[in-house]
Design a protein around this ligand. Structure first.
Ligand code: PXL
Length: 279
């Protein structure tokens, strides 16, 4: 069985970060070791959330795993709570990056052009620096702009603008840069990427469902990492993640009892397993 590490927070209610990554990647048949960076009562879109920082545990967990000799096929990072945690995550990369270990970074920190509560532009720049160590980065348009110090062009930026951003993202040093949540001229919605090795752009769109929800970036990045660990190539893994995320949004959209803080990712896990040819 493949084994990965995912490093992000636990939002006790919110269906994002670890409470999405752990069930999705485990269901895909991949051992999922977790490094919780913080415990929050809810994700930061609610008012009055509690926040218990777990930075002090991060190095001891890494040191223990190193002593035990654990090896990992991927390291997938999401929401990080502070600049210090960015440095600690960099140490995880240095410690556990083996010859075939894939590093996936989702720099979860912003949406609609605005940073989440508690972050500033300096933090965003530091996250950008960490991208140099990643194989694949998965920012949305807001996160891409903030890491680059670029003006936010809006969620529906045209394809040329997105391509220009991708070329700048490529300069951060990851092997493959992907912007999620891009809108295409035909009205579909998906991802646009750039592969440094061969200098090519790629894209994929699914029907746009008129529901904007939190946590969809985490659903996407988790399904992507799980598909990669099931031996799909990067483009096919991104497509699987996009199809699954679209199904989760649609499921919520059609559910009269939906919650307003996340999508029904649980109900579409059987579909995800079909996409990767698992029962
Ligand atoms: O889904 C991204 C995310 C992860 N973790 C926390 C968040 C958010 C988005 O709001 O607040 C704590």
């Amino acid at each position: 069985m493949k084994r990965i590490i995912t490093i992000q927070d636990i939002s006790c209610i919110g269906k994002c970060s670890l409470t999405v990554a752990l069930p999705i990647i485990s269901a895909m048949g991949v051992e999922t070791a977790i490094v919780p960076t913080a415990v929050l009562s809810t994700h930061t879109q609610f008012k009055g959330f509690t926040f218990t920082d777990l930075t002090e545990d991060m190095a001891p967990i890494k040191d223990h795993w190193k002593k035990e000799g654990f090896k990992f096929d991927a390291i997938y990072t999401g929401y990080l709570g502070s600049e210090r945690q960015i440095k600690l995550v960099s140490d995880y990369f240095d410690t556990f990056k083996g010859e075939n270990t894939v590093i996936v970074m989702d720099p979860a920190m912003a949406d609609n052009g605005k940073l989440y509560a508690g972050f500033d532009e300096y933090f965003a720049r530091k996250m950008g620096e960490l991208c140099a160590k990643a194989d694949i980065i998965l920012p949305n348009i807001s996160e891409a702009c903030l890491m680059l110090g670029e003006k936010y062009p809006g969620e529906e930026a045209d394809e040329e603008t997105v391509k220009k951003l991708l070329l700048k993202l490529d300069g951060l040093g990851a092997k493959i840069s992907v912007i999620t949540g891009t809108t295409f001229a035909d009205g579909t919605f998906g991802f646009t990427g750039y592969d440094h090795a061969d200098g090519t752009f790629f894209k994929y769109g699914t029907p746009k469902v008129p529901l904007k929800s939190h946590g969809t970036g985490d659903v996407f990045a988790s399904a992507f990492t799980g598909a990669l660990m099931n031996s799909f190539n990067v483009y096919d893994s991104l497509k699987i993640a996009a199809d699954y995320t679209c199904a989760c949004i649609k499921n919520s959209y059609e559910d009269p009892e939906k919650v307003n803080y996340a999508v029904n990712f649980e109900l579409e896990i059987p579909y995800l397993l079909k996409l990767i040819n698992k029962k």
